[in-house]
Design a protein around this ligand. Structure first.
Ligand code: BGC
Length: 787
């Protein structure tokens, strides 16, 4: 039977039922038409599975900016394939990623999930990821459509973006990943765009995406983002997530009966859902799932994740070739991020990995290392540093979920000391209360506490914790907390019970030792640095800054980390700084250190990857995917705070390097595209072939001492007024020392288009202008006139 026949065989109510999820991450099956249950999982740094937390152990991948720093579509194709394996191992059909919003301002809390400030780089890498995943019959989901670049007031903010900017910048990655990558699904965002919710965007979804691009795939809502029945259904939204409740159901059936929505519109949504189901093998006979896929802690997965992480790491500075480190060198390894390396950002991208290798562990396996903990890096206490499950003794806590009669619904181990209850909704009843328990792995004075919205009982104390914001982000992903000082004996069991105030919520236990005085920590670091040949200081951000639901307010490193680096640099013979963060940070100490390695959020094998990069076992051949401003505010777009509910994208298409190059912002600390690797390069014979969108060729010679990978980047500055410089293509080559290679870069035609708002159509920009062949626009190697 054709889709049409299948759809027509169902009555209206049966059709509409299928257009809202059945649970947090599943869809309804419909045996009458051979439709099986479709199962979704979050990506993009690992396939977490059907539970928000407390779910199965899965591989934790390097974060999106680190993967993108490879500028390597082959690497992203590989990532898509590996994520598909992780999905197949769990019988998941759809992985919710890649995130292809742009780095409009460095303050965006979720930039760690997205690739770059550049639409071409983002689109091309996303297309490769999509192909890698979908070649295995697992659907990718491009998110979040569209103009969703920051988190402040994220459920209500209206992004105000002119049509040219929307199309030339923010829609371009979706266009490339949908057309070149053939993505099978997309997710409509939380925010409004130019007056209507992203989930009701007739213009964007119906006219541009499904109309002009001819996109045949499915558009689902972000979780709880759908605000209406008829306007959303008519606006092109195909599927409401999650379910089973929500604004469609009977209201949409009624809207059809009232003539507000035609049944053809419903049929189109359902046909798109059936196409998705067919593509992932959930229509007709259920697909067979492979049985022997690599486990998250298998040697093969560890090699893949180490290599992918290390090769995206980026050498920002390397005076006198202090890197790669000699294996005989005595190292003082300093910093909280050295001992507790941050492998992932916060929010829905989190997964439960089998382990997270710290830099201290990774480097100590290969070198003579003295490890010194660093200064505090958080303002909110982390859920737990040293609580263990009273049942298994493993790091984490035990959560027991009860119904209203006191019967146990589930008893689970929570590896992150938190549990997300409402989203894990496959319980046999409603959760009325939760008992959390953890054994304290220390004695003496400690700080213990709880987090989550509800009524708590902790020992003899009873109190309520309330959220200070509204919505999924504020109440659930960054819930309120309470802590108290305790003096505990070894093996103390800390227990708390909560009656949740929200149907869904994040609940957890907090536990850590009382922090040491900063001055003592820095003294210890200085002593260790002075005694070593090289000091390696690992600094960075945490999930307090790099998270869904919250934006940053500064690019300064949290806590006294800058003071720590300054002090170490003053005492050490050589200082190498490793930055464990996904997005730009300020480096006031830059001129006083010898080398800086940007390490991103390197995933479960982070420490091994940093060690391999520092020693040169794997070349950290990354190039920045976003421009690092030199100071807070020194960027073409900065504020993420809506004014009267509106966030105006007034900088137009001049974000990131485009705006800096046009002198709309001061010279940045580092340009997008910057990255030294371990090679030294000479460029010659840079030429432009004739033609409408001409290819650029260059000969690159590796005059350094090591085999290295060069990324030849071509930017174009049009002659026309008010047109920013733009990346039009790139090509990478790996060259032995002393050898040369001829590189051809074929610019992408789509960067020659300009949206003519008056005519409501594209027009081609005049040729001419200048091609800049550059290693980031701070290091332009050749300029060629366009013809
Ligand atoms: C996020 C999405 C995610 C969804 C499901 C939302 O909060 O914005 O990116 O896929 O939750 O977890």
């Amino acid at each position: 039977m054709s889709f049409d026949d299948l759809v027509k065989s169902l009555d209206l109510a049966a059709k509409v039922r299928l257009l809202t999820g059945a649970s947090a991450f599943t869809l309804h099956a419909e045996p009458a038409i051979g439709l099986g249950e479709l199962r979704f999982s979050d990506g993009p740094t690992g396939v977490r599975g059907l539970k928000f937390s407390g779910g199965r152990v899965v591989s934790l991948f390097p974060n999106a900016t680190l993967l993108a720093s490879s500028w390597d579509p082959h690497a992203l194709y590989e990532v898509g394939g590996l994520l598909a394996e992780e999905a197949m191992a769990q019988e998941i059909h759809v992985v919710l990623g890649p995130t292809i919003n742009l780095h409009r301002t460095a303050l965006g809390g979720r930039l760690f999930e997205a690739y770059s400030e550049d639409p071409l780089l983002t689109g091309k890498l996303a297309a490769a990821y999509v192909r890698g995943m979908q070649d295995n019959g697992i659907a990718a989901c491009l998110k979040h459509l569209v103009a969703n670049e920051s988190e402040t007031e994220r459920n209500t903010v209206e992004s105000v973006v002119d049509e040219a900017t929307l199309r030339e910048l923010y829609l371009l990655p979706f266009e490339i990943a949908a057309l070149d990558g053939g993505a099978w699904s997309m997710m409509a965002a939380y925010n409004d765009v130019n007056g209507s919710p992203a989930t009701e965007q007739h213009h964007v979804i119906n006219e541009v995406v499904k109309g002009e691009w001819g996109y045949p795939g499915l558009v689902m809502s972000d979780w709880f983002a759908t605000k209406s029945a008829a306007p959303a259904a008519n606006g092109g939204l195909d599927l409401v997530m999650p379910g089973p409740g929500g604004p469609w159901g009977e209201a949409l059936v009624a809207a059809v009966h009232q003539g507000l929505v035609t049944e053809d519109v419903i049929d189109d949504h359902l046909s798109r859902l059936l196409l998705l189901a067919q593509r992932v093998g959930a229509l007709g006979a259920e697909r067979s799932w492979p049985s022997s896929l690599p486990r998250p802690d298998s040697a093969v997965r560890r090699e893949q994740l180490t290599r992918l992480a290390a090769s995206g790491m980026t050498v920002l500075k390397n005076e006198s070739d202090v890197l790669p480190l000699d294996r005989s060198v005595r190292v003082a390894l300093i910093g909280r991020h050295a001992v507790e390396t941050i492998g992932m950002g916060g929010g829905s991208a989190q997964v439960n990995p089998p382990h997270q290798v710290s830099v201290a562990t990774g480097l100590s396996e290969l070198l003579d290392v003295t490890v010194v903990d660093g200064v505090e890096v958080r303002t909110r206490p982390v859920p737990s540093r040293f609580l263990t499950d009273p049942v298994s003794g493993v790091a984490g806590i035990r959560a027991t979920l009860y119904d209203a009669d006191g019967a146990v619904l589930e008893d689970r181990f929570c590896p992150r000391s938190t549990t997300m209850v409402g989203m894990d909704d496959d319980f046999p009843g409603t959760v009325a209360s939760i008992r959390l328990a953890g054994r304290v792995g220390a004695d003496g004075p400690v700080e213990l506490g709880v987090l989550g919205v509800g009524s708590w009982t902790v020992g003899d104390a009873s109190f309520s914790l309330e959220a200070d914001g509204h919505g999924f982000g504020e109440e659930v992903l960054t819930p309120p907390l309470w802590t108290g000082r305790y003096d505990v004996a070894p093996g103390f069991l800390f227990e708390a019970t909560v009656t949740p105030a929200l149907p869904m919520g994040l609940f957890g236990l907090i536990g850590h030792s009382t922090p040491r005085a900063t001055v003592d920590v820095i003294d210890d670091a200085v002593r260790a640095a002075a005694a070593a040949e090289v000091a390696v200081v690992v600094v960075g951000l945490t999930e307090e800054q790099e998270t869904e639901s919250v934006d940053k307010s500064t690019l300064r490193l949290p806590g006294a980390q800058d003071a720590l680096v300054e002090a170490v640099a003053g005492a050490a013979r050589r200082t190498v700084v490793v930055v464990n963060a996904a997005t730009p940070v300020l480096m006031p100490w830059l001129s006083r250190v010898d080398a800086v390695l940007w390490a991103g959020l390197p995933g479960q094998e982070g420490g091994h990857a940093v060690a391999a990069a520092l020693l040169g076992d794997i070349e950290p051949a990354g190039r920045l995917v976003t421009t690092f401003p030199a100071a807070d505010g020194a960027a073409p777009a900065w504020s993420v705070t809506p004014v009267d509910g509106k966030l105006r994208y007034d900088e137009g298409t001049f974000i990131g390097y485009r705006g800096h190059y046009a002198e709309r912002a001061p010279e940045p600390a580092f340009w997008m595209g910057h990255g030294l690797g371990y090679g030294t390069w000479e460029y010659s014979d840079v030429r432009l072939a004739a033609g409408d969108s001409p290819a650029v060729t260059a000969t690159v010679k590796n005059v350094g001492a090591r085999r290295s990978r060069e990324v030849v980047q071509v930017y174009w500055q049009p002659d026309e007024a008010d047109e920013p410089v733009r990346l039009v293509g790139w090509s990478a080559v790996t060259v032995e020392p002393g050898e040369s290679a001829l590189v051809t870069v074929q610019p992408d035609e789509r960067l020659w288009r300009r949206w003519d708002s008056a005519a409501s159509s594209w027009r081609r920009l005049a040729g001419g202008g200048e091609f800049l062949v550059a290693r980031g626009l701070g290091d332009i190697r050749a300029t060629v006139s366009g013809k």
